[in-house]
Design a protein around this ligand. Structure first.
Ligand code: NDP
Ligand code: GDR
Length: 330
């Protein structure tokens, strides 16, 4: 007899990671449900086009009863909390909204899960999308699961709350709740507000003559950039473990924004990007995270996870995808 079909609920289904995770789980035979917010969500069409087998439920992380209704409607075995206000720069302009969604949203979902599960608290497995941004003003390098958190933005403070709450609910109620501390991960589906996609889109448009210049912030910041398709696999692996835990997911390699510009422009045959790029203070952050690099040794040892796509391949994939997309505008 074959094993019963497993069911997963994903918040943040319209985001980069939600789409990759939905594809992964569908390929593994899961029944996949997604939480979608707003009376008319412009990204609904994209979800229906890319992952038509996902069943969508209306709900919002700030509205606990909507979360409870979604849980009751789909009776999941696994819940992946990917929903968040996720753009760091925006979090200084909208700290309350960021806190409501990115921090208190985790509380709302964990409490809804407890109400839904009753006494059987370990029946549903929970994944929290935590972030390397929590390391902020880093206290050691590379960063690992026990590195002291020093968040540097309202977003990072909210993520630190979500992380600690997930650990606390695991310890308090024996919930199977894991926190994935993921370093930056990118793809052609990355939102255009994030630096990699902003650069890949601009490089494509500049090389096709559709755009003259690119206005940037801090070019010296360094990030450990991986491919989102690899990282959602780590999320799934965490929930397949007998015991819930916290894991850093990273490539272990760091690159500056300047290097990102070198590689991205070179992909379009432009060796000197200086005539096209200028810096503007409007893109500088009130407190910057200078350099992140992760130690994913635990994920490698316990989960058997490792990244497949390297930095150059990732940037080339994004530039090629944007070139193909932008050619339609010619
Ligand atoms: P995206 O910004 O692409 O997606 C965020 C998702 O959250 C969207 O689906 C968005 O929905 C949803 N959302 C926003 N507000 C609410 C709300 N009030 N209620 C329910 N859903 C909401 O993020 P990513 O896919 O890149 O990241 C996924 C998660 O992982 C996020 O929590 C992010 O903070 C975290 N993370 C991401 C990393 C990365 O490098 N990508 C690294 C570490 C952590 P809508 O379309 O309606 O706006
Ligand atoms: P980050 O990603 O803040 O690390 O958060 P982002 O791509 O926005 O910035 C990375 C670094 O690039 C510098 N930078 C610029 N950033 C943007 N967006 N635009 C610019 O013009 C620009 N110029 C320089 C930034 O200052 C920063 O140092 C992402 C998000 O996905 C979070 O949700 C997630 O938790 C972390 O990654 C890990």
């Amino acid at each position: 007899m074959s094993a019963p079909r497993r069911t997963a609920l994903i918040t943040g289904i319209t985001g980069q990671d939600g789409l990759y995770l939905a594809e992964l789980l569908l390929a593994k035979g899961y029944a996949v449900h997604g939480l979608i917010r707003g009376q008319h969500n412009p990204k609904r069409e994209l979800v229906e086009q890319l992952v038509p087998d996902v069943r969508l439920h209306h709900g919002d992380l700030t509205d606990q009863s909507s979360l409870l209704r979604a849980l009751r409607a789909c009776e999941p075995d696994e819940v992946y909390n990917l929903g968040a206000v996720s753009f760091v720069a925006y979090s200084w302009q909208n700290p309350h909204v960021t806190t409501d969604v990115t921090a208190l949203g985790v509380l709302n979902l964990l409490e809804a899960l407890r109400l839904h599960s009753g006494d059987d608290t370990s029946a549903v497995r929970f994944y929290q999308a935590s972030s390397s941004e929590m390391f902020g003003k880093v206290q050691e390098s590379p960063q690992h699961e026990r590195t002291l958190l020093w968040p540097r933005s309202p977003y990072a403070v909210a993520k630190a709350y979500g992380h600690h709450l997930t650990v606390n609910y695991r310890e308090s109620y024996a919930l199977h709740a894991s926190s994935g501390i993921l370093f930056n991960h990118e793809s052609p589906r990355r939102g255009p507000e994030f630096v990699t996609r902003k650069v890949s889109q601009a490089v494509a448009r500049i090389s096709l003559g559709l755009q003259d210049d690119l206005v940037m912030g801090n070019l010296d910041a360094e990030r450990d950039w991986g491919f989102a398709g690899d990282y959602v696999e780590a999320m799934w692996l965490m929930l397949q473990q007998d015991v819930a835990d916290d894991y850093v997911v990273a490539t272990g390699q760091t690159h500056s924004v300047r290097e990102l510009l070198d590689v991205a422009f070179a992909c379009a045959g432009i060796d000197d990007w200086t005539p096209y790029v200028r810096q503007d203070a409007q893109h500088l952050r009130p407190a910057e995270v200078d350099r992140l690099v992760g130690d994913a040794g635990k994920a490698r040892r316990v989960l058997g996870w490792q990244p497949r796509v390297g930095f150059h391949e990732l940037v080339a994939m994004m530039v090629e995808s944007d070139l193909a997309e932008q050619k339609h505008h010619l």
